[in-house]
Design a protein around this ligand. Structure first.
Ligand code: ZN
Length: 288
C-alpha cells in the first residue's frame, strides 16, 4: 500500500467504494450546463461519488477518518444509491496490516450514512456489532442531537443503527467543539453541511494536512458557489470552505478529499485569475 507523508505521520487512502447520488442534489444551485463539465449523470440523473476513508498512522496510534458506507444498507438503498462495494474499508485496512482491533480512534466528520455507515457492522450471524471494538469514536454532541432527532428534511441522511450502538456500548465520545485527539490530529468544527460538521487537521514537523469532509466533497467544489443541496447551513459551508482553502494554499497543505474519485489527495494553488486549482499528488512512498 502506498501512503502520503505529513511530517512524521503516514496517511493511507482507504477506498470504500463508489455510489451514485442525484446530481441536482449534490450540485445545489449550480445549473446543469455548468456542473456537467465535472460529471456525467446516468439515466436516473445520478452522478458517481467515491467514498474515501483515511487512516492517519503515527508511531503509536491508528486514527481512522470516517467509516464509509458499511454493510448494513438494505436492497432499496443500495439500488437508489447504486452502491458498489463489498466490505471494502476493512479489506483496505487489512492491506495496510491493520485489523479492526488495532484502530485506536475513529473520527466521524458527521453522522450521514456515507460517513458513519461502517462504524457498526452486521456480522455473519446477523448481529449488529461495533466495527472497531477498542476504538474511541469521536463525534460532536450537536451533530449527535441532530442525527438522533432528525426532522422531515434531514431524516433521509441518517441510519440510526450506524451510531446508536456506539453510545450504548460507551465507545462514543461526544465533543463540545474543537479539540486535539492525538498529538498530531485535531478536530475543528465548521458546521455548514450539518450543524456541527467537523474537519480534521493533521500536523507534524511543520507539515499540514486537512480532511475537509463534506465542506469540500471533491475538487469540483472549490468555486465558492458550489455546495450540496443537503447542506443545512450553506452560507456557513461557504465561509468554512473559503477559510480552509486559504489556509491550505498558505501552508501548502495536502487535502484529503472524501468523495473525489480518481486522485483524491493533492495540494491547492491559486491561479492567475485567483481561482483555486487542485493539483493531485501521487503517494510519497510505497510500503514493503
Ligand atoms: Zn458525504
Amino acid at each position: 500500500m502506498t501512503y502520503y507523508q505529513v511530517g512524521d505521520v503516514k496517511v493511507y487512502l482507504l477506498r470504500d467504494g463508489v455510489y451514485r447520488t442525484d446530481a441536482g442534489a449534490i450540485f445545489g444551485i449550480v445549473p446543469k450546463p455548468t456542473w456537467s463539465k465535472h460529471a456525467k449523470p446516468d439515466r436516473r440523473g445520478r452522478v458517481p461519488l467515491a467514498v474515501n476513508c483515511y487512516l492517519i498512522q503515527s508511531k503509536r496510534r491508528n486514527v481512522l477518518v470516517d467509516t464509509g458506507l458499511g454493510n448494513k444498507l438494505n436492497a432499496k438503498w443500495r439500488d437508489v444509491y447504486a452502491v458498489k462495494k463489498d466490505g471494502a474499508l476493512l479489506e483496505e485496512l487489512a492491506r495496510v496490516g491493520v485489523s479492526p482491533v488495532d484502530v485506536d480512534v475513529v473520527i466521524l466528520t458527521h453522522l450521514h450514512f456515507d460517513h458513519a455507515g461502517g462504524a457498526t457492522t452486521v456480522d455473519d450471524d446477523g448481529v449488529l456489532r461495533i466495527t472497531f471494538p477498542k476504538a474511541t469514536y469521536f463525534a460532536q454532541r450537536r451533530d449527535w442531537l441532530d442525527a438522533t432527532r432528525p426532522n422531515e428534511r434531514t431524516r433521509g441522511g441518517y441510519q440510526p443503527e450506524d451510531f446508536l450502538l456506539l453510545k450504548e456500548t460507551g465507545r462514543l465520545r461526544l465533543l463540545e467543539g474543537d479539540r486535539f485527539v492525538t498529538k498530531n490530529v485535531s478536530l475543528v468544527v465548521t458546521g455548514g453541511h450539518t450543524t456541527a460538521h467537523q474537519v480534521v487537521r493533521v500536523a507534524s514537523r511543520r507539515r499540514v494536512g486537512y480532511f475537509p469532509g463534506d465542506i469540500i466533497p471533491t475538487a469540483a467544489y472549490f468555486p465558492p458557489a458550489y455546495g450540496t443541496a443537503y447542506d443545512l447551513h450553506p452560507l456557513t459551508t461557504l465561509e468554512a470552505k473559503k477559510t480552509l482553502l486559504r489556509r491550505a494554499v498558505r501552508r501548502r497543505a495536502l487535502l484529503f478529499l472524501p468523495h473525489e474519485i480518481d486522485d483524491p489527495v493533492g495540494k491547492v494553488t491559486l491561479d492567475d485569475t485567483k481561482k483555486y486549482v487542485f493539483a493531485p499528488e501521487g503517494p510519497s512512498v510505497r510500503d514493503g
